[in-house]
Design a protein around this ligand. Structure first.
Ligand code: FPP
Length: 277
């Protein structure tokens, strides 16, 4: 079904309209989907039920991003460190991924979503790798939301891999050390096809990046919520996006340099001055 034909509550529709018309919508949103295990434990359920419910949040958030015009969504679905989890949990996560891609592919394609991955994907089970490849190929011509699944991903792993390729290219004479800039490093990373994330959301209240997009996150705005990932749905995403639209991104400059027009929210000092007036 096309996502634009759906009937929704008027509150969500209102948020959607505000976001669609906003000039300050993040181009790239990334999410650390945390809290599945705790969600299940709170309900005396096995951990995998949390992951199953988390998949529903993935569906909701993908659709919600697409509907307001976010161009890139990157989801941290399985870190390179997650291989250390108990084997049955890893197997369950892999089968969930496989069924998500199989079940959702038609709808994602119909809604112009382009699927990509980052991470050491050749470590994934053969069957998952194949389903992924099919999804990537089938949606490669789409120009709506780019949905990147970070799988068997670690930022340090990607940086180390990029450094090795850079060193080889220097040895082959393709690159000279003097020409190595920040942009060159970005180009050698697996994330080279996407802009840096504007907004990184982390659920379940933990305040850390956990080896996610470390190079790319240099100027990302962070949004941490206590909500556990399986409870995080479209309305929660819209709240995070609305919060982002109110932030002042200075990229090292001062507020004054950015100009009054760019400001929607007073700085802490201004709020303090206003309160003291
Ligand atoms: C972290 O929660 C979550 C994961 C390691 C897996 C994320 C996977 C999904 C949301 C479902 C499948 C995803 C796709 C893209 C189909 P945790 O288990 O560490 O939670 P805890 O900190 O409460 O234990």
């Amino acid at each position: 079904m096309s996502w634009s034909d759906e009937l929704v509550s008027s509150d969500i529709e209102h948020m959607r309209q505000v976001l669609r018309g906003s000039q300050r919508l993040p181009r790239h949103v990334a999410a650390i989907m945390d809290g599945n295990g705790r969600w299940a434990e709170l309900r005396s359920m096995p951990r995998f039920e949390g992951h199953r419910a988390g998949m529903e949040s993935v569906r909701s958030v993908v659709k919600a991003c697409s509907q307001v015009g976010v161009q890139y969504l990157t989801l941290y679905a399985f870190s390179i460190e997650n291989w250390k989890r108990p084997a049955p949990e890893v197997r369950f996560l892999m089968s969930l991924l496989e069924s998500y891609l199989k079940k959702e592919l038609d709808e994602l394609h119909e809604n112009n979503v382009r699927i990509r991955t980052i991470g050491k994907t050749n470590a994934l089970p053969r069957v998952v790798e194949k389903v992924l490849q099919k999804a990537i190929e089938r949606t490669s011509g789409n120009d709506g939301l780019t949905l990147t699944l970070a799988l068997s991903y670690g930022a340090r792993w990607d940086i180390q891999r990029a450094m090795q390729v850079i060193a080889l290219d220097v040895r082959r004479g393709k690159l000279s050390p003097e020409d190595l800039t920040e942009s060159t490093i970005s180009e050698y990373l697996q994330t080279s096809y996407m802009p840096d994330p504007d907004l990184i959301i982390r659920t379940s209240g933990e305040i850390r990046l956990s080896n996610f997009l470390l190079w790319e996150a240099a100027y990302a705005e962070l949004f941490v919520t206590e909500t556990l990932w399986p409870d995080f749905r479209d309305v929660d995403l819209y709240n995070a996006l609305l919060d982002f639209t109110q932030r002042e991104r200075r990229f090292g400059k001062t507020s004054a340099q950015l100009g009054a027009a760019a400001k929607t929210k007073p700085s802490t000092m201004e709020r303090l001055r206003n309160a003291l007036k």
